[in-house]
Structures are given as structure tokens and as C-alpha cells.
Design a protein around this ligand. Structure first.
Ligand code: FAD
Ligand code: SIN
Length: 519
């Protein structure tokens, strides 16, 4: 098999951002779309709640903008937010053209509420918005002759010469070979890094690969301390990463303690619809104070037919685990959900490396600030994927590909010590959960940093000696990204949004971004 492929554009990742960019790129360009798992496997596929957009005549762009800025604790970039918010109705219409049928109520969108929004502006497809978006976008991609899909292809590192990106080394998981994908333009659409934490709502694909690759390539990585913990993930021994959508609270569901007592009034007058950082910290506080394993979310007071029609996925999944949400409260706990920081980009998704772009959760566009407002993420994916494609389409693209050395595996051998990878993988995720969680302190952050530096060295030593495997590639990225999260957290001497450090409980008057770049 050839160890080299040449394409005009290489897209790494097939979530909503990757698929949308592929569709929007000119049909004159040859495109490789690679994905490390099955094509549909992504956070995008599991999105439940919906996509925010001003679609009601009573609502306004200014209101969506100020809700986004306020929830982001004033370090969001107003220009990027306005850019995204003003294009949101068009993003909804693009998705409809692709085949997404948003839920309707009496001939209008069935808009719902989520935390931080001051109006009903969440368009959704019942509670399976992501599944509908992904299957319809994929169907569009599959119709395009200029796009080649590579499933189970895992990008290892970017091909960088000076300040220019020429593609990536990619591990073909089936043949176990590394292939050079040489390209004029490369788009990172690899999603977030929530798998750095022991408990997460995300699928296994969210290992921060794009952030780690970009960092090694010399990109600016911004605001990585802002990991969003979703307040309500299902608490059940057999439920791996299952989310209980915030839209349940949008429809009136109440958070209660095991004895049935409500508690959100003790924390915020917006109650269950306070932004996620507040609700997650409130639950964490109740659980730690009383020693509870979980709290409960109750929607059982609503009509059971309505519940199962409005939330078919959640009803079915809970039922399979023996929980009837129409008659009983749902046991829930917070878990890592979203990476607000990432690879710094401009409005066209361009990074500080030439010919390298980042879109979706891997990117830092400035729209989320210190806390992402609900349902702005799929929106960001669609809007910035379009903008990235538009930028690439309008610029001339080179026709000579640079000469790239093949991947050199002559100095490594298969490992007989794979337990090292498994052990370190678990250790990193436990360190992040215990020391870099919802409430932080300098001493715990320093402990985390000390051990992550050692693990980083151990993994790099291992990587130099042994043949790569998918687990090793992901572990290397997980450690790199976790280290960046901790360094960003240590550099912020205040509490803001999702980053709460009990040694600096106050927010500074002047907002600043934390920027980490390879020295
Ligand atoms: P993803 O959808 O995560 O896709 C990343 C892709 O990159 C995957 O295909 C992955 O396999 C691939 N990949 C990663 N690394 C590599 C590599 N090294 N090589 C090759 N391929 C790679 N947001 C909302 O706005 N509304 C919601 O209702 C909502 N609900 C959510 C529910 C859940 C359970 C979760 C987990 C998230 C939810 N979010 C929601 C957040 C939102 O879904 C994500 O932020 C968004 O989908 C990210 O899209 P993406 O395309 O950037 O990345
Ligand atoms: C949810 O449905 O609760 C997730 C929404 C989001 O992450 O924006």
C-alpha cells in the first residue's frame, strides 16, 4: 500500500464541524475526510438538547449576544459572538436544506429554554438533535465525488515546515501503518478533550488529539482551564457517559436531594436554569456536604405521553436501565462535558500556523468565554465550518505538493509492556477528576502538575522506544492536553466562570485570556 496520499484539503474529524466544512468546500477541491472511529461516532452524534438561534419575533440578536457574553463571564469575544449569532438562523436553514427536520409546534419551531438563555431559542429534533444532524450531513458528504472518507484513520501529528502545515501523519488502525496525508490545507475538527476526566458525557473519541497536535506544531492554545461540567449525567453503574439533557430543566424538571427536597433556591434565583457552572457547583456542594452519591432530577409530574414523545431517547435509555422517568426521579451527577478553550483561531478559522485551520470544539474562537451557554456549540460548529470553507474556497490553492519523508518506524519495536499505557491512561483521568475538577485549589493543581510532568516524560520515553498503537497515540495526547489544562488553571489567579479556585475566590476586574504556547 502507498504510504502517501495527496489531497487539496485534509479534514481531521467527522463531527458536525468536519462534515459541514467538507460539504461547504468547493467541488473543485480534492478532499480527504479522516476519522479515527466509525464516521458517525462523535460528540455531535450524541447531542440531545439542540441548537440555539434567534427564530422568534420576540427574540433579538442583541439578547442572544448578551446572554452568551454574560454566561461567558465577560471574556468572550463580542465580535466572534455577533458573527456567530447573526448567522445562526442561516445555520438552521442550512441544516434543514440538508434534511434535518426540527421539531415543530403548531407550524412553528418548538423552541425551548436552557440555562443562561433569556428567551426560548433552542431548536431541536426531540432529544436526538445530534443524530439527525450527523446522519443528514453524512448523507450529503457521501453524495460528493470529490470527498474521500477514511474511517478508522487516526491522525498522529501534523506535518510542519517552519510556520506552515502540509498535512498530517495518520495511523491506519486496520493495517497498523502510518501514512503521510500531504495537503495544501489542513482542517482540525477533532472535538474536545473531556475524556481527560474520569467521568464524562463524551464518547471515547474526545481525547484532545487536535489540541495536542496543534500545541506540538506551535499553535496558541487559549483558555483551556475552562472545562465545562454538565450538571446532569445519568448516575448508574451500567450507564457509560449518558447525558440527561438540560432541556428537561428547560421544560420544568426539578433538581432534588434524595429526601425529595429542592435545593437550587439556595444557590441562584434562576433556579434550575442558572448557567451550568452554577448548577454543577451546587450539585457538587450538596453531594460533598451530605456524602450523597448523586442527586435527582424529577420530571415525573408531567404527562407520561408528553415525556416519552418529547424525550424518547432519554426515556428509552433510562427504561432499559430500570428507571421509569415518567414515575420516578432520575439519579444524576455532574461530569466533564465540554472544552471551552482550544486552538486559537480568527473568524475564518485560521490558526497562527499557515494553512492550518481549526473548527468546532477543538477551536478557541472566543465565543464561549469562561463558560459556554447551552446549545451554542453545534451552532459554532456549523457557522465556523462554513466560514472556514468560504475562506479556503476564495483563496488560490497551490498545485505542487512538498516532498515529505515517510514515517520512520525503523527504531521502534512492539511493546511487551502495554499495561504501562493502560495504567497511565487511568491515572491521568483520575488525577484530573480528583485534583482539577469543579472546585480547585492551588495545592491540588500543583500536585496534579507535578505528577503529569512525570507521566508526560514516561509516555514520551515509551513513545520513542515502542511501535505506536491507537491507545498510545491517544494517551500521549491526553497527557499533553491535561498538562495544558493544569498550566492554564495555575496561571489564572482568580475564579471566573467554570474555573473556581478556592485560593482566589474573587473575579479580577480586568478579564484576560490564558495562552499556552510551546517554548
Ligand atoms: P465531535 O463531534 O466530537 O467530532 C470529533 C471528530 O474527530 C470525531 O469524528 C472523532 O472521531 C474525530 N477525531 C478526533 N481525534 C481524531 C484524530 N486524531 N484523528 C482522526 N479523527 C479524530 N452542543 C450543543 O450545541 N447542543 C447540544 O444539544 C449538545 N448536546 C450534547 C450532548 C452530549 C452527550 C455531548 C457529549 C455534547 C453535546 N453538545 C451539545 C456539545 C456538542 O455536541 C459538541 O461540542 C460538538 O458536537 C463538537 O463537534 P465537533 O465536530 O467539534 O467534534
Ligand atoms: C444538553 O442537552 O443538555 C446539552 C446541551 C449542550 O451541551 O449545549
Amino acid at each position: 500500500m502507498s504510504k502517501q496520499h495527496q489531497f487539496d484539503v485534509l479534514i481531521i474529524g467527522s463531527g458536525a464541524a468536519g462534515l459541514m466544512s467538507a460539504i461547504q468546500l468547493s467541488e473543485n477541491l480534492s478532499i480527504a475526510l479522516i476519522s479515527k472511529d466509525k464516521i458517525l461516532e462523535s460528540s455531535s452524534y450524541y447531542a440531545q438538547g439542540g441548537i440555539s438561534a434567534v427564530l422568534d419575533s420576540e427574540d433579538s440578536f442583541n439578547s442572544h449576544i448578551s446572554d452568551t457574553l454574560n454566561t461567558g463571564f465577560d471574556i468572550g469575544n463580542e465580535e466572534s459572538i455577533r458573527f456567530m449569532v447573526e448567522q445562526a438562523p442561516m445555520a438552521i436553514s442550512d441544516l434543514e436544506k440538508a434534511g434535518v427536520n426540527f421539531s415543530q409546534q403548531r407550524g412553528n419551531y418548538d423552541l425551548t429554554m436552557e440555562g443562561g438563555h433569556s428567551s426560548k431559542r433552542i431548536a431541536h429534533v426531540a432529544d436526538k438533535t445530534g443524530q439527525s444532524v450527523q446522519t443528514n450531513l453524512l448523507a450529503q458528504v457521501q453524495q460528493k465525488q470529490n470527498i474521500t472518507l477514511f474511517e478508522h484513520y487516526l491522525a498522529v501529528d501534523l506535518l510542519i515546515d517552519g510556520n506552515t502545515c502540509h498535512g498530517a501523519y495518520v495511523f491506519d488502525k486496520k493495517s497498523q501503518q502510518v501514512i503521510s496525508f500531504v495537503s495544501h490545507k489542513t482542517i482540525l475538527a477533532t472535538g474536545g478533550a473531556s475524556k481527560s476526566y474520569l467521568y464524562t458525557s463524551n464518547p471515547d473519541t474526545s481525547t484532545g488529539d487536535g489540541i495536542a497536535m496543534a500545541f506540538r506544531a506551535g499553535c496558541e492554545i487559549v483558555n483551556m482551564e475552562f472545562t465545562q461540567f454538565h450538571p446532569t449525567c445519568l448516575f448508574h453503574p451500567h450507564a457509560k457517559s449518558f447525558l440527561i439533557s438540560e432541556t428537561l430543566r428547560g421544560e420544568g424538571a426539578k433538581l432534588i436531594l434524595p429526601n425529595g427536597e429542592e435545593f437550587m433556591h439556595n444557590y441562584d434565583n434562576r433556579l434550575e436554569l442558572a448557567p451550568r457552572d452554577t448548577v454543577a457547583r451546587a450539585i457538587d456542594h450538596e453531594m460533598k456536604t451530605h456524602g450523597f452519591d448523586c442527586v435527582y432530577l424529577d420530571i415525573s409530574f408531567k404527562d407520561s405521553n408528553w415525556i416519552s414523545k418529547r424525550f424518547p431517547t432519554i426515556t428509552k435509555r433510562c427504561h432499559a436501565l430500570g428507571i421509569d422517568i415518567c414515575s420516578k426521579p432520575i439519579p444524576v451527577v455532574p461530569a466533564a462535558h465540554y472544552t471551552c478553550g482550544g486552538v486559537n483561531t480568527d473568524l475564518s478559522a485560521q490558526s497562527n500556523i499557515d494553512n492550518l485551520y481549526a473548527i468546532g470544539e477543538v477551536a478557541h474562537t472566543g465565543v464561549h468565554g469562561a463558560n459556554r451557554i447551552a446549545s451554542n456549540s453545534l451552532l459554532e460548529c456549523i457557522v465556523f465550518a462554513k466560514s472556514c470553507a468560504k475562506n479556503i474556497n476564495k483563496n488560490s490553492i497551490g498545485n505542487i505538493f512538498p516532498t515529505i519523508d515517510d514515517w520512520d518506524a525503523s527504531r521502534v519495536e512492539p511493546s511487551k509492556e502495554k499495561v504501562v499505557v493502560t495504567h497511565l491512561w487511568h491515572e491521568v483521568r483520575r488525577i484530573m477528576w480528583n485534583f482539577v475538577g469543579i472546585v480547585r485549589s492551588d495545592s491540588r493543581l500543583k500536585l496534579a502538575h507535578y505528577r503529569l510532568l512525570q507521566i508526560h516524560k514516561e509516555v514520551n520515553d515509551y513513545y520513542r522506544i515502542y511501535s505506536i498503537t491507537d491507545d498510545l497515540i491517544e494517551l500521549r495526547n491526553l497527557v499533553q492536553t491535561s498538562k495544558i489544562i493544569v498550566e492554564s488553571a495555575l496561571s489564572r489567579k482568580e475564579s471566573r466562570g467554570l474555573h473556581f479556585n478556592q485560593d482566589y475566590p474573587k473575579q479580577l476586574d480586568k478579564a484576560h485570556n490564558s495562552v499556552i504556547i510551546k517554548s
